[in-house]
Write a protein that binds this ligand. Structure first.
Ligand code: HEM
Length: 518
């Protein structure tokens, strides 16, 4: 380094961001199962009986008559996190737990929720942190929390095993993936010292853990039924942004008694708010572009690899890289700050590019890309099974019902589950110009393999992503492309309809077959 060259950006220290070298983005101390101060017993009682309150249609009345409690009784961080999680469950049950959504959140919930969210630096909605990161307990304290058989949820909207399992799969992924943070920070340091052996060792360990994460994710099928997820669980996680057809045209007003409140709009809770997966991209130097954008410059090098494209500047687009970046606003701010600082320090892609002759290093790096690409491949199958297919079935059912019977059913519910069914009939919802869900996810997966250095890995991953042929697969049976709908651009715009994902509202192709068998 020349005397004038600037110092490299510091390698982040996990503890500075409240992160743990063992559990990663899960809290360093276990979530509390109850707030210790009895002052908060009313919150605890409502959350403990949330399903009964919703079922009996008494929740809104109970919450309306609740006093506005102060945050003065909250001491340690774990207490603030517990209070946040409780109030998020109560708030979303209040909004979505009736025949039509409530567009006002009473002061009894909104006042403490806003204060707690500000203190924790999270938005006042049911984020991934509220329902997953801070909402679990181990069944046995002396057993690890990266084992699904040792986990239970603290709160759910529905009381169903399916909902618990949905959250717990993510918790187990976060727990098993937690040590990857320290591993990769060690690799950043080793690359700076030009210690290729340590970098290789860290990358090998990373690739192995990534395989574990894919295995855990696929266990979702064991205890979470797609129809239950789509119709019963997903509606409670919905946000207030782009929710006009679901009954929230202006969003939600958080009452504070001032009379000057304005409507707020937030995205719904989604695993896309997981800092862990975004950290993987950062550590490996993977760049995500706006959906539909192709690499600007692709220079063929001697090894057959592509030179790293410039980091995407596209953070302003509505979706695509913009969406992935947007999700950082829904992470606890210290986690998002860690991601920013890790981005500045990340050096592995450049290091591997500069050491192309080191086969072991290149293979270890490419293995990580292949494993992460495989993880995303399996995730696309999950989204197809849990969102795309039930959405199509619901639409088909609602059409045939409408054709057979003009009489309205006895009681009509308006919420997220019914929204995508009623949207096309209302007109104006077809081909809204939004981003197509599956092409977005597929592009994120394809971008994951772009930095591969070894010629054979590149060929292999291209083949895996191609449209035909059999062949080996790093991750098992993940040939989803052949089974999925084609990109929206290739389709008749008339057949494109809205679909509510988790965080966001997307489009999908209505009439194309897409039964995905994994
Ligand atoms: C039933 C299970 C799941 C469903 C239905 C699902 C659905 C979705 C949907 C609809 C999106 C698009 C953004 C949105 O609208 O929220 C998305 C994105 C994403 N999901 Fe999932 N997801 C599931 C499980 C998971 C799990 C277990 C993880 C891992 C922790 C995960 C990680 C991600 C990530 C990282 C993205 C952003 C796109 C990317 O980086 O590839 N998802 N998911």
């Amino acid at each position: 380094m020349s005397p004038t060259s600037p110092l490299p950006p510091p390698i982040p220290v996990l503890e500075d961001y409240g992160l743990s070298p063992t559990t990663g983005f899960l809290p360093p101390t276990l979530p509390l199962t109850r707030l210790p101060d009895p002052y908060y017993n009313k919150w605890e009682a409502i959350a403990a009986n949330l399903q009964a309150h919703v079922l009996s249609r008494r929740l809104r009345g109970v919450v309306d008559s609740l006093p506005v409690l102060s945050t003065v009784g909250l001491e340690h961080d774990a207490e603030w996190r517990r209070a946040y999680s409780l109030l998020c469950f109560i708030a979303h049950a209040y909004i979505w737990g009736g025949d039509a959504p409530a567009d006002r959140l009473p002061a009894s919930v909104s006042v403490p929720l806003l204060a707690i969210a500000a203190r924790l630096e999270v938005p006042p909605v049911a984020t991934y942190a509220a329902v997953c990161l801070w909402n679990f307990k181990p069944l046995f304290l002396d057993e690890p929390i990266d084992n699904l058989e040792n986990l239970a949820t603290l709160n759910t909207f529905t009381g169903s095993i399916d909902e618990s399992w949905f959250y717990l799969v993510s918790v187990a992924i976060e727990a098993r993936g937690g040590p990857i943070l320290a591993l990769m920070l060690t690799a950043f340091g080793a690359a700076r010292r030009d210690d290729a052996r340590t970098v290789t060792r860290c990358l090998c360990a990373f690739a192995e853990r990534l395989t574990d994460l894919t295995i855990i994710m696929q266990r979702l099928y064991e205890s979470c039924e797609p129809a239950t997820f789509y119709h019963r669980i997903r509606p409670f996680l919905a946000g207030s942004k782009n929710m006009a057809e679901a009954g929230l045209p202006r969003g939600v007003l958080y009452e504070d008694g001032s009379g000057t409140e304005t409507y707020r709009q937030y995205a719904g809770g989604s695993n896309a708010q997981s800092s862990l997966i975004q950290f993987f991209d950062i550590a490996l130097g993977i760049h995500h572009r706006a959906t539909g954008e192709t690499p600007a410059t692709t220079t063929t090098t001697t090894g057959g690899g592509a030179a790293p494209p410039p980091p995407s500047s596209s953070t302003t687009t509505k979706h695509g890289h913009g969406f992935i970046h947007e999700m950082r606003k829904y992470m606890p701010a210290p986690h998002a700050r860690f991601l920013e600082d890790a981005t500045r320090a990340a050096n592995l892609r450049e290091y591997v590019e500069a050491h192309r002759s080191d086969r072991a290093l290149c293979l270890a790096y490419d293995a990580c890309l292949a494993m992460l690409s495989s993880f995303r491949d399996k995730h696309i199958s999950i989204v197809t099974r849990y969102i795309i297919n039930p959405s199509r079935e619901a639409r088909a059912r609602s059409r045939s019902r409408a054709a057979a019977d003009d009489d309205a059913p006895a009681r009509k519910r308006i919420n997220l589950a019914t929204a995508s069914k009623i949207a096309p009939e209302k007109g104006g919802q077809r081909g809204t110009g939004g981003t197509a869900l599956i092409p977005f996810l597929k592009q994120a997966r394809d971008e994951t393999s772009e930095p591969a250095v070894e010629e054979w890995t590149r060929r292999f991953m291209k083949r895996k992503m191609g449209s035909g042929g059999g062949g080996a697969d790093f991750g098992g049976s993940g040939r989803v492309d052949m089974l999925l709908p084609q990109p929206a651009a290739a389709l008749d715009k008339e057949n494109v309809v809205d679909v509510k994902g988790l965080a966001w509202s997307w489009t999908m192709e209505d009439d194309v077959g897409g039964i995905c068998m994994v």
